[in-house]
Unconditional design. Structure first.
Length: 155
């Protein structure tokens, strides 16, 4: 961007980061949609089919629960990746708030992301995975499937 001031470059970087995090939120909602479609469809199919034995029905319900848990973990991974952008967003916001935005070095998205992502990735992953906004609806569907599997295994 020839002729751009450091202020303009930082401003552009901030807007790009906002766009990235909004797209990541859209993807997280898409993952939730896939989870409900696949997992809940598995639960409904297992419970609605009159051709399955109770043992097969329980197995199908367990498979649906495993799928729901897999989608939960995928979303947690996705959100962990998204969270790594927040360090740079916060640094830019702090600089604008206190008036030091011209001291920031522009174009540091990748460097900042990598440093943030590498600082305790497992702890951050499990923290994000345990948030309600990440767990829902995946774990509700998984619990529904496991309860159904347990009931059919007892019959």
């Amino acid at each position: 961007m020839p002729g751009s001031t450091p202020f303009d470059l930082i401003d552009h970087e901030y807007l790009k980061l906002q766009d990235i995090t909004e797209k990541n939120d859209d993807r997280a909602l898409q993952i939730k949609g896939w989870s409900v479609t696949v997992s809940l469809a598995g639960v409904i199919a297992a419970l609605a089919s009159d051709k399955l034995t109770d043992a097969r029905r329980a197995q199908a319900l367990i498979a649906a629960a495993v799928a729901a848990v897999a989608f939960w973990l995928i979303e947690a991974f996705w959100r962990t990746s998204q969270r790594a952008f927040f360090a740079r967003i916060n640094a830019i916001e702090d600089a604008f708030r206190i008036g030091t935005e011209t001291t920031l070095t522009p174009f540091q998205i990748g460097h900042s992301w990598m440093a943030s992502y590498r600082a305790h990735p497992q702890r951050v992953f499990w923290h994000i995975a345990s948030e309600w906004r990440t767990m829902l609806p995946h774990l509700l569907v998984a619990l529904l499937a496991l309860i159904g599997a347990g009931l059919h295994a007892l019959v």
